[in-house]
Ligand binder design. Structure first.
Ligand code: UD1
Ligand code: UDP
Length: 358
């Protein structure tokens, strides 16, 4: 079987890192990189660290708007699909690269497998939410991480026979990285559970006003505890262009490699983040996760008390974080809350795809 996997951003590279080598071994497999993420620290570093081979096609797309970005990717992907004629296209997640891959394959009537299908935040202001819905509804094989995602798809009328609940490929990537940690690489003086790790990059959180308000709250919290903040390049641009003031105990770094990041996460007191992938990783590593959003596609983690939705209001963030800083037992409860983790998603996906009759 000829398969093309389409990737484009940091989380897609990480989450597909356990699956792509299996495809290489077992199928006639090509990897297409849309070039959505292109800076070394958002892209190549993960290929090196996770020992991934070079992509067969990498596009160089420089677009200023999401629609032209998606359109340019589709034009490039179409050329490759027409040339390679795969029987199956595999996409992961909810980015514009994922959407471009799925839409292009569907226009050419090539079957599509969507990994991490069915996730919903029910917030249509997020570009990712629209992407998820469109991608799921043009996919033929939908691999969901959990029962919530499975049920979302059933509610939207997707044929049950096309949905496979397999767990999450990021679990395997994260568990593998846990053995390779290098958490003091950044700062020798860091003490276990004596710092907060932060990431912020969602479109909704990076308008100058919203980012200023989040940074103000971090400046105030950092008077009591050190904060390490590896800054996504979208966020870096907004910080630089708007001259946003950063206090001394709020330590900004470039985006980190996966091992360094997972190491810092595993040893932090807690994480404050608006990332999707990091919420899952925090749960796997038993690190309390305070989400800088009003909603999440990992609702079950909120329900069982593993994650807390902080929102983005400056005063509320400060108030809630101070509460956790003064109540270690609450953090300990979150750490001890057991979450059922399904491992081996990549192998399960492979064995399902292997048996598909195309
Ligand atoms: C994208 C995804 C988001 C995902 C995130 C993972 C969409 C709509 N969004 O958001 O779902 O959570 O990736 O990190 O697809 N930049 C660089 N170098 C890079 C990458 C980005 O400088 O390698 C800067 C550029 O200024 C770029 C901006 O960041 O314009 C935003 O990048 P983009 O890929 O459009 O969106 P992300 O915010 O990364
Ligand atoms: N990550 C990383 N270095 C960093 C920040 C994040 O390696 O400095 C990893 C993180 O462990 C997770 C993934 O990047 O696997 C999450 O990517 P991101 O938050 O950009 O996207 P999302 O998951 O929200 O789509």
């Amino acid at each position: 079987m000829k398969i093309i996997t389409i990737i484009g951003t940091r989380p897609e590279i990480i989450k597909l890192s356990p699956l792509m080598p299996i495809f290489d071994k077992e199928f006639n497999h090509k990897i297409v990189h849309t070039g959505q993420h292109y800076s070394y620290c958002m892209d190549k570093i993960f290929f090196e660290e996770l020992k991934l081979r070079k992509c067969d096609y990498t596009f160089n797309i420089i677009s200023n708007t999401p629609a032209s970005q998606t359109g340019d990717m589709m034009r490039n992907i179409e050329e490759v699909l027409l040339k390679e004629k795969p029987e199956l296209v595999v996409v992961q997640g909810d980015t514009n690269s994922t959407l471009a891959g799925a839409l292009t394959a569907s226009k050419l009537q090539i079957k599509i497998a969507h990994i991490e299908a069915g996730c919903r935040s029910f917030d249509r202001r997020m570009p990712e939410e629209i992407n998820r819905i469109l991608i799921d509804h043009c996919s033929d094989y939908l691999f969901t991480p959990d029962l919530t995602a499975f049920n979302n798809l059933i509610r939207e009328g997707i044929n049950k026979d096309n949905i496979h609940m397999v767990g999450n490929t990021s679990t395997d990537a994260c568990l593998r990285a846990r053995n390779l940690l290098n958490w003091k690489g950044l700062d020798e003086s860091l003490e276990k559970r004596n710092y907060i790790l932060v990431t912020v990059h969602r479109q909704e959180n990076t308008s100058p006003e919203n980012l200023k308000s989040i940074i103000n709250s971090l400046n105030i919290i950092s008077k009591n505890i050190k904060i390490i903040f590896p800054v996504h390049l979208r966020t870096r641009k907004v910080l630089d262009e708007n001259n946003i003031k950063i206090d001394e105990n709020l330590v900004l770094t470039d985006p980190l490699g996966y091992k360094d990041f997972i190491g810092l996460l595993a040893n932090s007191k807690f994480i404050m983040t608006d990332s999707g992938g990091i919420q899952e990783e925090a749960a796997i590593l038993n690190v309390p996760c305070l989400v800088l959003r009003d909603n999440t596609e990992w609702e079950y983690l909120v329900k069982i008390g593993k994650t807390v939705l902080l929102g983005t209001n400056e005063e509320k963030i400060i108030e809630q974080v101070n509460y956790f800083l003064n109540n270690e037992n609450e953090l300990e409860n979150m750490r001890n809350m057991k979450v059922k983790i399904k491992t081996g998603a990549s192998k399960t996906i492979f064995s399902i795809i292997k048996d598909i009759n195309l």
